[in-house]
Design a protein around this ligand. Structure first.
Ligand SMILES: Nc1ncnc2c1ncn2[C@@H]1O[C@H](COP(=O)(O)OP(=O)(O)OP(=O)(O)O)[C@@H](O)[C@H]1O
Ligand SMILES: [Mg+2]
Length: 256
């Protein structure tokens, strides 16, 4: 299998009033082409920092981050990013927000409208396509941000707690949609979540991180077939893996 994203001995430090703070401490991780990995770990363990490096928004202090074997030098349309906090343009409608990324990627007008329409439909916002963000609920704003990333159809999706603000039903629906498009479009997905069930349901591998300093604690294989179904979600094997991830996250020994 070819490697899509590679973190090699990545260190990230921030200067403090006295000395430095180590946000990521020698993290090495390979994500295969078309793999779906989820990342879990306590608040502050460096999940967003790690993903931001793949997005080209944060540079490592040492080590390197490669996509398709090339060092990441900045953001690009090959990598779609969905942030922990949705970032919409308040003066643009849902439709215009979704089209914005397509404009940046130089997609012509008619194609832009078609793709935006499809992405908006996928996240269930068709009735609100002309609404301004301020008139939407938090979950709807988040779905708009998701549609904007989907519309560009990037080979890599980097998602930072994208479903965190959503109600349980919408969340499960979007999980299934995400898995569906992932399998169709041959994407590589790196997905951060605090929800252990979500982490196991989506991923082929769950990356468990630990804090102080931020590092990879354990990688847990999810040996369950795709497509994932409700039956799988309720199976004893799913429960066993969930317990293993839970244990790894919440019973972490502090770093020596
Ligand atoms: N620009 C910055 N300057 C200083 N410290 C920073 C900066 N960005 C992040 N950090 C620190 O790096 C650590 C990791 O932050 P990060 O946002 O990656 O954590 P996280 O795992 O995503 O947490 P959460 O689950 O709360 O989103 C934190 O302790 C944070 O305070
Ligand atoms: Mg974060």
């Amino acid at each position: 299998m070819t490697t899509k994203i590679s973190f090699r001995d990545v260190v990230k430090t921030y200067p403090m009033r006295e000395g430095t703070f180590t946000a990521l401490d020698h993290v090495s991780l390979d994500i295969a082409d078309q793999e779906f990995v989820t990342v879990v770990g306590p608040s502050g363990c460096g999940k967003s920092t790690l993903m931001s490096m793949a997005a080209g928004l944060v540079e490592p202090s040492s080590g390197e981050v490669l996509v398709d074997g090339d060092p990441v030098s900045g953001p690009g349309p090959d990598r779609g990013v969905i942030f922990q906090q949705y970032a919409l343009f308040p003066w643009l409608s849902v439709r215009k927000n979704v089209e914005f990324g397509l404009k940046l990627a130089d997609i012509p007008g008619a194609e832009r409208r078609r793709r935006a329409e499809r992405a908006i439909e996928l996240v269930g916002l068709s009735d609100f396509a002309d609404a301004l963000p301020k008139t939407l609920s938090g979950g709807m704003k988040q779905r708009c941000a998701i549609a904007r990333a989907y519309a560009v159809n990037p080979k890599v999706l980097l998602m930072d707690e994208p479903f965190g603000a959503l109600d349980a039903l919408t969340r499960v629906q979007l999980q299934d949609q995400l898995l569906h498009t992932w399998s169709q479009e041959q994407r590589t997905v790196m997905f951060i979540t605090h929800d252990v069930d979500e982490a196991v349901y989506l991923a082929r591998r769950v990356i468990v991180m630990a804090a102080r300093p931020g590092r990879v604690q354990q990688i847990i294989d999810v040996d369950l077939p795709y497509p994932r179904t409700e039956e799988i979600r309720l199976s004893p094997e799913f429960g066993r893996i969930r317990n293993e991830v839970w244990h790894s996250v919440y019973h972490q020994a502090p770093a020596a």
